[in-house]
Design a binder for this molecule. Structure first.
Ligand SMILES: [Zn+2]
Length: 369
């Protein structure tokens, strides 16, 4: 088995910030590659288990790419073990440079593996990419991306040409759901709803280990459903960037919580500050959290009524609010169809892999054979 050494700190190429044999080797290896600005986040000492000896993408080694609005992260998974994780800044607004950055990251990961694998033939890892949007089933072009320079671009085709192999692409919330359903907080569950709540609200559905993408590529996108059963506290319904009013995202996102707190208390606070204030006995902050929990209960009860998942996994910044996991399931009972006295067995749990779930799920777009 691999001897994981864990995160070795943020290491800019050629500048070892923490003395570690792995970090030294990685930075030396990566120095030779084009496209500077690649940072090391994690590496393991050994990569002995690989057998990359086929012309086909090798499912023994999976590369995942998380294409975010500010950074692009790449990982290589050997089974569930993360071999290396690298990142670089996203060339915002420049599609060509975004393609180049992804290509360079893949080259860097494969170079790292190549230096450490046992003797064998050449071969290529499989590649999955998570994006803040989706690929249109009809046109094959990117749609619904808040990284607007990706919209209407043939991202999959362009990456396949550059990387010389098939590439699978999925929405980043779907990647999160795959990761947590595969070897995360919902491992072993039959039906999983994965939710990312941060600056936005996204979701993904995994059934029996398979992603449910949907005919329109929007399965699980509950963030732009209207908040169910709005009451006087919810009025006036906030305007959403999507053009509608009262979307779940306008209430449950981090900015949504801050805006609600300011509306009621006239105090501007970030969500962690609201949580801290509530824990210190601030009644207004506690009331904000109670409204938030009540809204999340209504929103997730709607999901339970449609999907009836075994597990709902929360990720993103708002998933760090510990009280959600006890309070929301207590509240959602009153909105779930015929819950009555019957036991409601759906669990609400925090993501196991945290921020790494997006990139791990991208790698898992090529599932185990
Ligand atoms: Zn909306």
């Amino acid at each position: 088995m691999q001897a994981a050494v864990g995160p070795v700190g943020r290491v800019r190429l050629g500048v070892v910030m923490r003395v570690d044999a792995v970090a030294r080797n990685v930075t030396r290896d990566l120095d030779d590659l084009p496209g500077g600005g690649i940072l090391l986040e994690h590496a393991t000492r050994h990569t002995a288990a690989f057998s990359i000896d086929s012309d086909q993408p090798c499912l023994a080694l999976r590369i995942g790419i998380d294409l975010g609005g500010t950074k692009i992260v790449a990982t290589a998974l050997d089974g569930s073990d993360e071999v290396v994780r690298l990142r670089t800044d996203t060339p915002r607004g420049d599609y060509g440079k975004t393609l180049e950055a992804i290509t360079n990251l893949v080259a860097a990961v494969e170079h790292f593996v190549q230096q450490r694998r046992p003797q064998g033939n050449g071969g290529r890892a499989s590649i999955g990419v998570g994006i803040p949007g989706t690929i249109s089933a009809s046109s094959g072009l990117v749609k619904n991306a808040n990284s607007t320079w990706l919209i209407d671009q043939p991202l999959r085709e362009d990456l396949e040409t550059r990387l010389g192999r098939p590439v699978r692409i999925a929405n980043d919330a779907n990647c999160f759901a795959i990761s947590e359903a595969t070897d995360g907080a919902a491992a072993g569950a039959e039906v999983v709803f994965g939710v990312i709540i941060g600056t936005g609200v996204g979701g993904g559905i995994v059934v029996h280990g398979h992603l449910v993408g949907g005919m329109n590529g929007i399965a699980g996108e509950w963030g732009h459903n209207p908040l169910p059963m709005p009451d006087a506290n919810d009025e006036p319904l906030p305007q959403c960037y999507c053009g509608k009013r009262g979307c779940i995202e306008t209430f449950l996102s981090g900015p949504g919580m801050s805006a609600d707190h300011e509306k009621v208390s006239a105090v501007k606070l970030l969500p962690p500050e609201i949580v801290e204030a509530a824990a210190s006995g601030d009644a207004a902050a506690d009331a904000t959290l109670q409204r938030y929990e009540q809204r999340m209960a209504r929103a997730l009860a709607g999901v339970i009524n449609v999907l009836d998942p075994d597990v709902i996994v929360l990720g993103g910044g708002m998933s760090n609010i510990a009280r959600l996991y006890t309070n929301v399931p207590r509240l959602w009972r009153q909105y779930v169809f015929c819950a009555g006295a019957d036991e409601l067995r759906t669990r609400l749990v925090a993501a196991k892999h945290g921020d790494a779930s997006g990139v791990r799920g991208a790698a898992w777009l090529w599932p185990i054979r």
